[in-house]
Design a protein around this ligand. Structure first.
Ligand code: NAP
Ligand code: F7E
Length: 334
């Protein structure tokens, strides 16, 4: 039985990766930071199948202790401040979590046991103002946010630890991936949740920013499979994980409203509050290397992804109405 430690296990990817590794018969540990309110909703179904251990990417000692206690064969570093707009409001903290946090995890592994295999959650946001279409592993980076800059640091540090110390450290350059477990602040879930609330009469308008931005959207469940595949290779390396298709936010909006039998033009309001100081206009990845070397292919199409997110939110909102559990929607300005 192999053992894995997942940082960021409470997030979208952490929960799907935990599902996947439990299914593969791994002993799974998840690193969580102390919070005054419970945030384990994505993990409830795994309550008797995984173990949680306290630690924080800001606290080097806690990472060393966690790795000593779990004795993992593989560490998946998914923890980060991952919301791009927050990275302009909290650039220093974003650097601490998303950039220096990677150094702390890699150093902890190097000190405790450099044989542990390491996965770093790199991002297509590193390509930013893209210098090539589609983006590949060797496309130069031009990040457009403090988040993208921090991810570029984490990416190159992973490459550097591989080259400096011979560690089995791989970096997945993952393009946007979504699911019904996506955080409500990201545009896809904001749309699917908004559509469901509008359909159920809880709100009438959905405030969005730039509808022209284009993204290469895949399903999170497909993408965590690629993370695991990278660590099963004899040689560590970096891989672009993407579908190879790009769609605009407007296309996502149109499909989501149509799925619920609504006309998006009746409900969507363009709100300057959601326009970013610098935008990433177009992302589309070339996953050829992952297909050839890992045998990885996405299974869920764009249309299936939108439909499943809308259906899941419709079911959730209807359930909340039936049980009287509806919460007021808090106003968030980014
Ligand atoms: P997410 O839902 O925002 O989850 C982020 C996780 O990081 C949460 O579990 C969070 O814990 C944890 N975290 C944040 N700061 C921490 C700290 N100081 N110490 C310990 N844990 C901390 O992100 P995701 O969508 O699952 O993405 C997973 C990773 O992939 C992230 O690194 C993200 O940047 C990267 N990525 C995501 C995508 C995508 O499209 N989803 C694409 C490329 C790369 P709390 O619950 O306590 O906040
Ligand atoms: O924005 C536009 C926005 O916040 C997508 C993270 O997982 O993927 C994610 O980063 C696009 C942008 O994701 C709204 O301007 C319009 O162009 O869903 P998002 P993101 O910034 O692409 C990458 C790969 C990561 O690594 C990140 O961790 O949608 N957009 N209107 C909006 N975006 C939001 N959030 N809210 C809007 O109202």
């Amino acid at each position: 039985m192999k053992t894995a430690l997942i940082t960021g296990i409470t997030g979208q990817d952490g929960s799907y990766l935990a599902d996947f590794l439990v299914e593969k018969n791994y002993k799974v540990y998840g690193l969580i930071r102390r919070s005054s309110t419970e945030n384990l909703w994505r993990l409830h179904h795994l309550h008797d199948k995984i173990e949680l251990i306290f630690g924080d990417l800001l606290d080097h000692h806690s990472l060393i202790t966690a790795i000593q206690e779990c004795e993992p064969d593989e560490v998946y570093n998914l923890a980060a401040q991952s919301f791009v707009p927050t990275s302009w409001n909290q650039p220093v903290l974003t650097g601490e979590f998303t950039a220096l946090g990677v150094t702390r995890v890699l150093e902890a592994i190097r000190v405790v046991n450099p044989e542990i295999r390491f996965y770093q959650a790199s991002s297509s946001e590193m390509f930013g103002k893209v210098l090539e279409i589609p983006q590949k592993e060797d496309t130069p980076f031009y990040p457009r946010s403090p988040y993208g800059v921090a991810k570029a640091f984490g990416h190159f540090l992973t490459v550097n630890y591989r080259e400096s110390y011979g560690m089995h450290a791989s970096s997945g350059i993952l393009f946007n991936h979504e699911s019904p477990r996506r955080g409500l602040e990201f545009v896809t879930r904001k749309i699917s949740n908004g559509v469901a609330r509008i359909k159920c009469g809880l709100q009438d308008k959905l405030h969005l920013g730039n509808l022209d931005a284009r993204r290469d959207w895949g399903f999170a469940g497909d993408y965590v499979r690629a993370q695991w595949m990278m660590l099963q290779r004899d040689q560590p390396d970096d891989y672009v994980i993407a579908t190879g298709e790009t769609h605009s936010v407007e296309e996502f909006v149109a499909r989501a409203f149509t799925r619920a039998g609504l006309n998006w033009q009746d409900h969507v309001v363009i709100d300057q509050a959601f326009i970013r100081p610098a935008e990433v206009d177009l992302l589309v990845g070339d996953p050829t290397k992952a297909e050839k070397e890992l045998g990885w292919k996405p299974e869920v199409t764009f249309e299936e992804l939108v439909d499943c997110m809308v259906d899941a939110d419709l079911e959730k909102v209807q359930h909340e109405i039936e049980t009287g559990e509806t919460q007021p929607q808090m106003k968030m300005r980014s």
